[in-house]
Design a protein around this ligand. Sequence first.
Ligand code: GDP
Ligand code: IMO
Ligand code: MG
Length: 442
Amino acid sequence: MPGIVIVGAQWGDEGKGKITDLLAEHGDAVVRFQGGNNAGHTIVRDGEEWKLHLIPSGILYPGKRCVIGNGVVIDPKVLIDELDALRARRIDVSGLRISANAHLIMPYHLLLDSAGEAKLGKLQIGTTRRGIGPCYADKAARLGIRVQDLLDEKILKKKIVAAMEPKRLSLRPFEKDPTLDLHTMTEEYLVYGHRLEQHIADTSKLLWELLEDGQKVIFEGAQGAMLDIDHGTYPFVTSSNPLSGAACVGTGVGPKAIDEIWGISKAYTTRVGAGPFPSELHDEMGETIRKRGGEFGTTTGRPRRTGWLDLVALRYAARLNTLTALVLTKLDVLSGLDRVGVCTSYRGAEGAEFDDFPYHQTVLHHTTAQLTELKGWQEDLGECRTLSDLPDGAREYVQFIEEHAGTPVALIGVGPGREQVIWTDAGLDSIIGPGEGARATV
Ligand code: GDP
Ligand code: IMO
Ligand code: MG
């Protein structure tokens, strides 16, 4: 059963949107399985830019099935705006299907997200303030409102009352906020229900039928391994599991459906929001990478923190996800540097060296990155399409990463455009299959 999972192998924004769009050409369906509109996935086609937050990155292809799985948290207003914006650009969105079991972000989730951050003050997580955490909290507390509830006024009202009851105290400062009025909220969400009704479906069954039929399904992750609520840099994480394992529960298909797991990593590291980042650069070099890489958040516009590639974290991500391949994006951004740094281990506060990601938060927070310096390259990589087009320094850098990450590199990104990639033999074999004839189509 040909399921391909695409996950972020760092702290998000690795280029998952671009790679999903690229692989979707060889697939039949694309499904999102966790996160919500905290995600911002960019696709650049023929110089035109598309930014998607909730809708799977397969939507630009006519006729591909796009699915929002049960594990996603949906802000229906954002979803409807995104659908309208795509329609306005002549994209056919009629094939989108939304799980009836997905949870909804409600107006009080947005207020609680911001209030929670304000309360934390200096210790804040730096969330996207899209209501993600409070929505997943309600899901776990069994107080969530689901997509299917939009179709029944009585149930919807009852559930909103039940969900707001335990929040009375924390919502007191927002008493006068019109979005919290029960009648207004119910009416607003019923209207969303009418708008979305045609898209609501039993998506687990739909995906099972596609997979049974031998069709290729691409599972599109949001965020990245280091933001995973269980295995990431807790509490500086998101509230879902961006790991490959979640692709199954977040869509309602079993693990046997998954054949390939591709981890996406930049050729360096970025992080938005607070939390440990051992290989962070606080100097001119960090600023240079931010500028050259255009490292400003797709969702919030915040400047991203930048640093050298962290191979300790990447090996950890490869293990947590059982990656079958690695995609290295934004290699072009490192052109023009004399030396390129890469973090190969951590040094703890007491001098111990860590090759593996430390499990204890206090240890991690006090580690410093141990860097290996490799020779850089000056050439622009934007036009490179094969490994042999790459200058020596760039090719050696990729080889070094492949060896130290213990995972074959399938694809290398050399620019934002969908054609700006280098396929390796490993990538071609796993997606297109061996044989030169088939490969000629790439
Ligand atoms: P996502 O959240 O993982 O989909 O990543 P984002 O879209 O938030 O951020 C990745 C950014 O890098 C986007 O602006 C992409 O257009 C851009 N991008 C992706 N791959 C490459 C690449 O190989 N080179 C360059 N220069 N930009 C890239
Ligand atoms: P994509 O899919 C990068 C970060 C936030 C914050 C933490 C918690 O585009 O890679 P949340 O709003 O989820 O409660 O915030 O997670 N974060 C992301 N960082 N890319 C993302 O998504 C992110 N989604 C959440 O900045 O540090
Ligand atoms: Mg992003």
